[in-house]
Design a protein around this ligand. Structure first.
Ligand code: GDP
Ligand code: MG
Length: 662
């Protein structure tokens, strides 16, 4: 009988105690002799130099333990917004999660974002309120924030004793198997459960004894449906409440489901390993995997051979004979695999929920010019590990560009590139990523008929699309005028050509229609229409003109009434738009929208204005138009299709180079 498996994520705001909890779990499960300490850089999971130095987890690390006859695969996820893309991918492989909240800082902006993502992905979640030993710890306040501010139904299983002192401990209110004593602090819990279930409600109202077993089965049921969330508390660094948390994982979080019979796996992370090369961290949703299996990469439509199937055990890689359905593991040998790829069939694998998109773009340079090519190659590797970096190599300008989530990510990249590739790099000051969209409908054409042999004549109509619609393309030209194979070339070339518009940014929210054109039976060759498409599109964009679009954030501010004046004047300065404040208990709440460009560093100022007592939440909503002065335009990178002769020369050269490669 195989052991039941649970893939559990530990999520939290940075510093809440995830790594410390993971260490305690490893210790309790008998895998390590003593729990490591983040502050001494001795933990199993924070193994990168930069993680040990900064005490911040950068990578999601998987490690397995056994507890009460079950296998638990723990995914310790990075806690900083800058690494959200790794969190997003990790969420897709979880059966359940532990959300760690500090009893002092309570629900932070990032906790809220994580909570929204867990809800959206329907991941059953336990809440662990850590650090009840710290001065200012307030368990009740955390419970209130969950139930009142987040509108979450909670079921506290513990309550703290000697809160805020080094003697702090957690007292189990109820252990599920024995009859639950309905003491006062359980009332909220039972009422929350009764609100979900008729049977519980009736017994509760009629004052009938609610037995532990009965309640346990109900709580388990509704936890697995994400309708209620058991809450525990403790002092992770002293191991207080940690065992109860492990028991609750087994008790309330669901086991991995057995999926389809064919192979179905998600690559949630790519790691570089000095002895094994590229490692693909996967979760199996269907089928099983053995050494030397040949697997299909569904996302890239390629095939590869698994050299070895491995698993992480207390930070060390161990070979395994077979990886069974439901389990997580590591594959060595897959050459071109990328983070986010699906192997085999997509089956039941959930789509990704985007927590945060990169708003920043920056240019990266080696300190030593001669390392330019080496750096470009290093960045290609890093881009496979995090496709969000969207590495762009502008060869004409000899420039290397990346997209970023934030400054911490920049520091971490700098340190990774130094330690892995021995290249010292510098970044240019990052710039917000703008987009552009046509102002009005317009026509644009290109006639590429010289120097022969070549023939591609075409005309597009472009129109502004609905906000968020991206690029839509259609053709009203018959295949008698432009042969289907050339129409296919055009369709493929359109999104590529729109990667840069006339203001230097990606063009979006645009409807492109091919309205006229012709090929030539003798002169047209494959590639002619690929070359001509950008010329016609840039012509159309020049005729329509474009509006800049900037990323906008939704914000919610909560602070003491005395700060309303200074905060709202800050917000006005940042071009924020917001409704009237709401007042309650001496505090005000403001909701609205603010540009990402002006609000990026606001949290620092906000914390100083409110003395750290206010709350600021920012989350991306959409791109929205702004003036050129509010945003930024930049020159075209590479050879512009508007520079007709240079473009033709350049594009022809590029095709020839491609042919030579083939
Ligand atoms: P992570 O960033 O969420 O992984 O958090 P860490 O596990 O790295 O912990 C952050 C800091 O909080 C470290 O200095 C820990 O020693 C400390 N810490 C962890 N748990 C507790 C706790 O229960 N009480 C107190 N006072 N400190 C804790
Ligand atoms: Mg950590």
């Amino acid at each position: 009988m195989p052991k039941p498996i649970r893939n559990i994520g530990i999520l939290a705001h940075v510093d809440a105690g995830k790594t410390t909890i993971t260490e305690q779990f490893l210790y309790l499960a008998g895998i390590i002799k003593a729990p490591g300490n983040v502050n001494h850089g001795t933990t199993v999971t924070d193994s990168l130099d930069v993680e040990r130095e900064r005490g911040v987890s950068v990578r999601a690390v998987s490690t397995s333990i056994e507890w009460k006859g079950s296998q638990i695969n723990l995914i310790d996820t990075p806690g900083h917004m800058d690494f959200s893309s790794e969190v997003e991918r990790s969420l897709r492989v979880l059966d359940g999660a532990i959300l760690v909240v500090s009893a002092v800082e309570a629900v932070q902006a990032h906790t809220f974002t994580l909570w929204e993502a867990l809800k959206e992905m329907k991941i059953p979640t336990l809440v662990f309120v850590n650090k009840i030993d710290r001065d200012g710890a307030d368990f009740e306040n955390v419970l209130n924030e969950f139930s009142e501010e987040l509108g979450v139904k909670i079921f506290p299983l513990d309550s703290p004793c000697d809160e805020g002192s080094s003697k702090a401990s957690s007292i189990q209110l109820w252990d599920g198997v024995n009859n639950a004593p309905l003491n006062k602090s359980m009332e909220l819990a039972i009422e929350n459960l009764a609100g979900l279930d008729e049977e519980v409600l009736e017994k509760y109202l009629d004052d009938i004894d609610l037995t532990g077993v009965f309640l346990f089965s109900k709580l388990k049921l509704y936890t697995s449906q994400c309708l209620i969330h058991p809450v525990l508390c403790g002092v992770a660094k002293n191991g207080v409440g940690v065992q109860a948390l492990l028991d609750a994982v087994i008790g309330y979080l669901p086991e991995a489901k057995i999926g389809i019979e064919e192979l179905s796996a998600l690559v949630y992370k790519i790691e570089y390993n000095a002895s094994h090369g590229r490692l693909a961290h996967i979760r199996l949703f269907g089928g099983e995997l053995k050494n030397r299996d040949v697997v299909k990469n569904y996302s890239q439509q390629t095939e590869g051979k698994v050299a070895r199937v491995l698993k992480y055990n207390a930070g060390k890689l161990k070979s395994v004979d077979v990886l069974v359905c439901g389990d997580t593991g590591v594959l060595a040998g897959l050459q071109d695999v990328r983070a986010g790829d699906i192997l085999g069939q997509p089956g039941d694998i959930q789509d990704v929920t985007i927590l945060q998109i990169p708003f920043l773009t920056t240019r990266i340079k080696p300190l030593a010019d001669e390392q330019y090519i080496a750096l470009a190659e290093a960045l290609m590797q890093l881009n496979l590990e995090d496709p969000n970096l969207d590495f762009n190599w502008y060869k004409t300008e000899k420039e290397l560009h990346l997209k970023l989530m934030g400054k911490i990510q920049m520091e971490v990249l700098q340190s990774t590139i130094k330690s892995r590739f021995d290249i010292e790099v510098v970044f240019e000051k990052p710039m917000v990523i703008y987009k552009e969209s046509p102002k009005t409908a317009a026509l644009g054409s290109a006639s590429y008929t010289m120097p022969k042999p070549c023939w591609a004549v075409l005309q597009f109509k472009i129109e502004p699309g609905n906000p968020g619609s991206g690029i839509t393309y259609s053709s009203v030209v018959s295949v008698d005028k432009i042969h289907q194979k050339y129409q296919n070339e055009i369709e493929q070339a359109v999104p590529k050509a729109l990667q840069q518009g006339i203001k230097g940014w990606e063009v979006t929210d645009i409807k492109v229609t091919l309205v006229d054109g012709e090929d030539h039976v003798v002169h047209s060759r494959p590639g002619d229409f690929i070359l001509a498409t950008p010329m016609a599109l840039m012509d159309a964009l020049t005729n329509s003109g474009t509006n800049l679009l900037e990323p906008m954030m939704h914000f919610e501010v909560k602070a003491g009434e005395e700060h309303l004046g200074s905060i709202s004047s800050d917000l006005h300065m940042m071009r924020a738009v917001f409704a009237n404040p709401e007042f309650q208990d001496g505090k005000f709440t403001l909701n609205g929208k603010v540009p990402a460009s002006t609000s990026m560093d606001y949290s620092l100022r906000f914390n100083s204005v409110t003395g750290g007592k206010g709350k600021l939440r920012l989350s991306f909503v959409a791109y929205q138009s702004c003036t050129d002065e509010q945003g930024q335009t930049r020159p075209y990178r590479g050879v512009s299709p508007l520079d007709r002769s240079q473009w033709i020369l350049h594009a022809r050269g590029a095709f020839k180079a491609d042919e030579r490669k083939m």
